[in-house]
Design a binder for this molecule. Structure first.
Ligand SMILES: [Zn+2]
Ligand SMILES: [Zn+2]
Length: 242
């Protein structure tokens, strides 16, 4: 297996170290067919893309698509799950300027409603240090993920199971029904081999992405490819692999 498109990368518009053009140049050097710029959702107080920057990013990506005919560049956003009712942090700008939307759980975000601070954020922090809370937290998080998948037209869930325990089988079943891609993310160690083996039977699609925050990590997915192979996931079900 070999990567042909990196669907999850970050730039200086969140906390990546390189510009969009530098990331695209690196992807071209590596012979990729496509790269997706997917900086962090707006509710991260430090790293989130400022709403007014989605237009700027769109214009830059359109310019690069005109400039190069050997690669396709797409704009997405790695939105944050900010509410226990499945809310993610997208507004009009994301809907207008992004080619599609991703969602993932992160530690740092401004909760959607004050109550979400306790039900979602604090609960997941507590479950990290108090293992007896993990089962109930997993059940709660899973409900949030299922609601999110019903509410939004998502292209992909990034690093499912990282930072936020979920019932990966329930999420995979729903993702297959909704044709939402689940990510194999070597940087965050999820989905891992054991999870992939458990959910392979649900028939959904996967992507193996670098989540690069610097040019030198673009397409750096060898361990993710090894996990997919070890779990017996057929190449035809991984959207960005040849
Ligand atoms: Zn992430
Ligand atoms: Zn990311």
């Amino acid at each position: 297996m070999k990567i042909k498109a990196d669907l999850h990368t970050h730039t200086v518009f969140s906390h990546g170290k390189n510009t969009i053009e530098e990331m695209v140049e690196r992807a071209r050097q590596l012979g990729l067919e496509a790269i997706v710029i997917s900086d962090h959702g707006r509710s991260h107080p430090l790293y989130g893309v400022k709403p007014e920057n989605f237009k700027v990013m769109r214009e830059e990506i359109d310019r690069l698509n005109r400039k190069y005919d050997d690669i396709q560049v797409y704009l997405s956003v790695e939105s944050n799950i900010t509410g226990d009712d499945g809310t993610i942090d997208i507004g009009g700008e994301e809907r207008r300027y992004c080619d599609w939307i991703y969602a993932g759980y992160h530690w740092v975000y401004i909760p959607h409603r004050p109550g979400d601070f306790f039900t979602l954020k604090l609960r997941n922090y507590a479950a990290k240090v108090l293992p007896f809370l993990k089962t109930v937290t997993r059940r709660f998080n899973t409900k949030t993920y299922l609601k999110m998948m019903d509410r939004y037209d998502l292209k992909m869930i990034t690093h499912p199971g990282d930072k936020c325990p979920i019932d990966v089988e329930a999420v995979a079943k729903k993702a297959a029904e909704k044709d939402i891609i689940l990510e194999i993310n070597p940087r965050h160690h999820h989905l891992n081999v054991e999870e992939l083996k458990r959910i392979a039977k649900y028939g959904g699609r996967f992507a193996i992405n670098s989540d690069a925050h610097t040019v030198d990590r673009v397409a750096d997915v060898d361990s993710g490819i090894a996990w997919a192979e070890a779990a017996g996931i057929p190449k035809a079900r991984i959207v960005n692999i040849v």
